[in-house]
Design a protein around this ligand. Sequence first.
Ligand SMILES: [Zn+2]
Length: 86
Amino acid sequence: MRLLILLILLYLAYRSLKSWMFKNISSENTIDGKKMGEIDDIMIKDPYCEIYFPRRNGIHCNIDGKDLYFCSKECRDKFIESKKKK
Ligand SMILES: [Zn+2]
């Protein structure tokens, strides 16, 4: 009977330790996520040709209140043209 109680206590201790570790891991992840957002050298997708490129190298354009980034001026112009046609 004592052994059973000991096992339950060990199990509970193991469970709390596990959840504590999980909390630590998830909080670390959110910190990493914030760091990622602060870097302006993030990869972004060109909505026209669907190529990935660093955002700081992209051509910024505000279309319909949305901030869009294109790999080149050509893509930006073609995207605007294709929007007008619709
Ligand atoms: Zn492009």
